[in-house]
Write a new protein. Structure first.
Length: 447
């Protein structure tokens, strides 16, 4: 495959998002939009990825941290101006340049590859990635002449009613011969409704120079969705979510109700795991095979081994790692803890900053008291320990292997291996107490 470089346009204001966060950093399926775009470019084989930043550029530069080359567009005067700002980064380069806006997160690397192949195979000077949509509002329209050849791209706000009726639109993605592009680009102007330098104007300029420009349409138009608003963001979330759900089902995972199951793009799940409704698996989570998860489970940035039972109503917070065959039951929260093979935390518990061995049994209502108001402390529970129901383990504390904790204990010091710890008030029974109190009351009333 022909070599090419990638250029991402990420400097714009993203005004329609009405957000303090720069648009390229808004997540879709748990991953910032810019990462989807940069990732697709890298996977499609781009030899370099250059990102133009401007509005909120420091944040984007910091986020990308060495994963792409950064160039600055200090004033955001339009998409054409953004490409001009990146020009010096491609000095002396004469191959193909693939331009992708940062707000098209659903594009696959396959579609990008196909575009580059179309361009190199046909020896065109530019190839536009277009798509045919039912509602073309706000997109630039691909205008063709009577022979069907591309004549221009006309932006929605500059278009006549006749042009607005065209349903083939510009996705914003182009493959250009780099030299040709940077020769023609300085000729664009701000003579349009928005007073901006449009990249799209370079198309008519190139055609007037007798250069060859083609448009190839995406097979699946959902890939070309551009995110300008929160409503479009939610559509992207839906489409990306559907893709992920399909991917995990195709890899052998059962989703009882895909409509109420949310799995971030970066999550991995082993085969024969069954996920029940109203479950969210987010961030960099990794789930083993043959687990039962849900209903109503929320897992974020955690690892779950094979054959685990999680739920209903469980919450695994970042930094949690469960070995194989662990049970985490109803109304249990586990935070930044490791849990060894076969251990059970079946009901109503909080386990935080804990290192738990294998085959531990945690009674209902057990709480690790990990926070003293200033710092977090660690609880260690060794293999085979049995913690009676409604116990408090006040960290830092260690429960040795095979130790027993009596129900209702508040454990504040280490429990040796194999010992029984009873840390609660001893029960005292006062015989005949009720009758005595009643007699005392009656004699008072008589007086
Ligand atoms: C753009 C296209 C339109 C296309 C649509 C597809 C132009 C003029 N219009 O419109 O034909 O149908 O995308 O989604 O290109 N940007 C900069 N610097 C700027 C301005 C924008 O880097 O000065 C970046 C933005 O951050 C964004 C991308 O360019 O990632 C596109 O800008 P946006 O304002 O979203 O363009 P659209 O109006 O969507
Ligand atoms: Ca856009």
């Amino acid at each position: 495959m022909a070599s090419f470089v990638g250029l991402v346009l990420a400097a714009g204001h993203g005004k329609r998002m009405k957000s303090a966060l720069p648009k390229p950093l808004h997540p879709v399926a748990g991953i910032p939009m810019i990462d989807h775009v940069v990732g697709s470019l890298v996977r499609s084989g781009a030899s370099r990825v250059v990102v133009v930043v401007g509005h909120g550029g420091e944040l984007i530069e910091e986020h990308l941290a060495g994963r792409a080359e950064i160039v600055w567009q200090r004033e955001q005067l339009g998409t054409g101006h953004a490409v001009l700002a990146a020009g010096p980064a491609f000095d002396g380069y004469d191959g193909n340049i693939l331009i992708v806006p940062a707000d098209v997160p659903l594009l696959t690397s396959e579609s990008l590859q196909q575009l580059v192949e179309e361009q190199s195979g046909s020896a065109s000077d530019a190839t536009i990635l277009s798509m045919c949509v039912d509602d073309p509002t706000d997109y630039g329209r691909v205008v063709r002449d009577s022979k069907g050849n591309v004549a221009a791209i006309v932006e929605h706000c500059d278009a006549t009613e006749e042009i607005r009726a065209i349903r083939e639109v510009n996705t914003g993605v182009f493959c250009f011969d780099s030299r040709t592009l940077f020769n023609a680009l300085p000729r664009i102007s701000t003579d349009n409704k928005q007073g901006e330098y449009y990249l799209t104007d370079v198309i008519a300029i190139m055609i007037s120079q007798g250069l060859s420009v083609r448009a190839v349409a995406l097979k699946d138009a959902s890939e070309g969705l551009g995110i300008n608003s929160r409503v479009e963001l939610s559509k992207a979330e839906q489409i990306m979510g559907d893709r992920k759900r399909r991917e995990v089902m195709e890899s052998g995972v059962t989703l009882i109700d895909p409509a109420t199951t949310f799995i971030d793009a970066s999550v991995e799940i082993g085969s024969d795991t069954v996920i029940m409704p109203f479950t969210i698996i987010a961030g960099n989570s990794k789930i083993g095979g043959s687990c039962n998860i849900g209903p109503y489970v929320y897992i974020r940035d955690s690892e779950v081994g094979s054959g685990c039972n999680i739920g209903p109503f469980s919450y695994l917070r970042p930094g949690t790692s469960l070995a194989d065959r662990v049970k985490v039951g109803d109304f249990v929260e586990v935070k930044k803890s490791t849990v060894g093979e076969g251990s059970k935390i079946p009901h109503l518990s909080y386990i935080g900053d804990t290192v738990m061995g294998s085959h531990v049994n945690i009674g209902a209502g057990t709480i690790t008291c990990n926070y003293d108001g200033e710092t977090k402390h660690t609880t260690i529970i060794e293999d085979g320990a049995f913690v009676g129901a409604n116990s408090n383990l006040v960290a830092p504390v260690k429960v040795g292997s095979d130790a027993y904790i009596a129900t209702g204990s508040t454990v504040t010091s280490h429990v040796p291996a194999g010992a029984l710890a009873i840390a609660r008030a001893r029960q005292e029974n006062k015989d005949g107490w009720v009758a005595k109190r009643r007699a005392a009351r009656l004699s008072k009333e008589e007086k």
